[in-house]
Design a protein around this ligand. Structure first.
Ligand SMILES: O=C(O)C1=C[C@@H](OP(=O)(O)O)[C@@H](O)[C@H](O)C1
Ligand SMILES: C=C(OP(=O)(O)O)C(=O)O
Length: 420
């Protein structure tokens, strides 16, 4: 399929109202797929996300002997044997951080060699701390550049019972080790070290999913978890809607003064990004400082919204946005300054959005580079709801987590001009 080169958003000029459902959660779908794949028996996942990131996870599991049927657009029926097999070729995981980190650790449970690889963006995303932590358990794992590709020579056995991991760059390392540990041969303690970990809420998502698939994991201190070697049990599992995807719809609602029914109350999400709801609800009086550390994927949404706020907003606690799908701090400052020079600036790893409510209704032609990053494309589309002339480059990159994004906005009344 050919990719659309550009999409120009026509400001709707009226409130966006109606029903618009976010898709299933990427984070939860990829956890559930892996855990179901590690379990013996058949698991049914419903409400799941079908997108690039979950397709990479499902394909990788299939390559390791897991049977996965897809009876409809939101379900996976996963049948595992309780053991992943060595794949015949390297696992290619695109730019899916969850799939890459989770499968790197899970590869230690395979009896044989697994090579975990991704696209040119993933090959720049650090995985060294995870590799080092796995080595302390005696696992034979190498990543020459500190980024994928990673080679794991697994046995399913560990030679130690304690891992110390710095989750400062990515909480996914910790989640990956937790999920791996239940498939090992002894109880393992996993302890966080170093600076503050981003988005502790993702660890809670991990332990909740592990428990749903029969694992025994207990928090033994504020920074330590003990995981018993129970393996996983097949389960029927309902995936909740994606909170990060919901942030675009919440922001579209406040920006245009509409009423969008997401079909799910904001306080029922278990994902960290749902915290953004209360902040978005304050628009156009967003706080002067927003700490993005516990809702990182919502920062692009909040930063574009901040451009229309009544007063400037400083985003702090967002250093690891520099190692996401792209350097998101740079992508946000670049895109905002493309709209109006001086609209944003970087100070170290903080992002300051200058804010200008007078942007509304202006004609400011700007081509926004998505940097192949779904969240940059989706958040700058919000600017296009209020400013005439916003063009998103590589709009198809939304397929990573929200393939129906443009259609979802269209169903609310947004129109586009394709400019191939
Ligand atoms: O565990 C998860 O599902 C995720 C954790 C976060 O990444 P990091 O832990 O790399 O910050 C988040 O940005 C990502 O989209 C999903
Ligand atoms: C950071 C993200 O994804 P991942 O790390 O899973 O690639 C994201 O979806 O915003």
């Amino acid at each position: 399929m050919t990719r659309t080169a550009k999409l120009t958003i026509i400001p709707p000029g009226r409130p966006l109202s109606g029903r618009a459902m976010p898709p299933g959660s990427k984070s939860i779908t990829n956890r559930a797929l892996l855990l179901a794949g590690l379990a013996k028996g058949t698991s049914r996942l419903t409400g799941a996300l079908k997108s690039d990131d979950t397709r990479y996870m499902a394909e990788a599991l299939r390559a390791m002997g897991v049977a996965i049927d897809e009876p409809d657009d939101t379900s996976f029926v996963v049948t595992g044997t309780g053991r992943l097999l060595p794949p015949k070729t390297p696992l290619f995981l695109g730019n899916a951080g969850t799939a890459t980190r989770f499968l790197t650790a899970a590869a230690a449970l395979v009896d044989g060699i697994v090579i975990v690889d991704g696209d040119e963006h993933m090959r720049k995303r650090p995985i060294g701390p995870l590799v080092e932590a796995m080595r302390t358990l005696g696992i034979d794992v190498t990543a020459e550049t500190g980024c994928p590709p990673v080679t794991v020579k697994g046995t399913g056995r560990f030679q130690a019972d304690r891992i110390r991991i710095d989750g400062g760059l990515s909480s996914q390392y910790v989640s990956a080790l937790l999920m791996m540990a239940a498939g090992g041969d002894r109880p393992v303690d996993i302890e966080l070290v170093g600076e503050d970990i981003g988005a502790l809420g993702y660890i809670d998502l991990t332990t909740a999913a592990m428990k749903a698939f029969g694992a025994k994991v207990e928090k033994t201190s504020p920074v330590t978890w003990r995981v018993e070697p129970t393996g996983y049990r097949a389960a029927d599992f309902v995936v909740e809607p994606d909170a990060s995807a919901a942030t675009y719809l919440w922001a579209a609602e406040v920006l245009t003064g509409g009423v969008i029914d997401l079909g799910v109350p904001s306080d029922t999400f278990s994902q960290p990004d749902a915290r953004a709801y209360d902040i978005i609800a304050k628009f156009p009086h967003l706080p002067a400082e927003i700490d993005g550390s516990q809702m990182q994927d919502a920062v692009p949404t909040l930063a574009v919204l901040a451009a229309f706020n009544e007063t400037p907003v400083r985003f702090v606690g967002i250093a690891n946005l520099r190692v996401k799908e792209c350097d998101r701090i740079r992508a946000l400052s670049t895109g905002l300054n493309r709209i109006v020079s001086g609209l944003a600036r970087e100070e170290g790893d903080d992002l300051i959005v200058q804010s200008d409510p007078a942007l509304v209704g202006k004609h400011l032609p700007a081509e926004i580079d998505s940097f192949a990053d779904h969240r940059i494309a989706m958040s700058f589309a919000l600017a296009g709801l209020k400013i005439d002339g916003i063009t998103i480059l590589d709009p198809d990159c939304v397929g990573k987590t929200f393939p129906a994004y443009w259609r979802t906005l269209a169903a609310l009344g947004v129109t586009y001009q394709d400019k191939d």
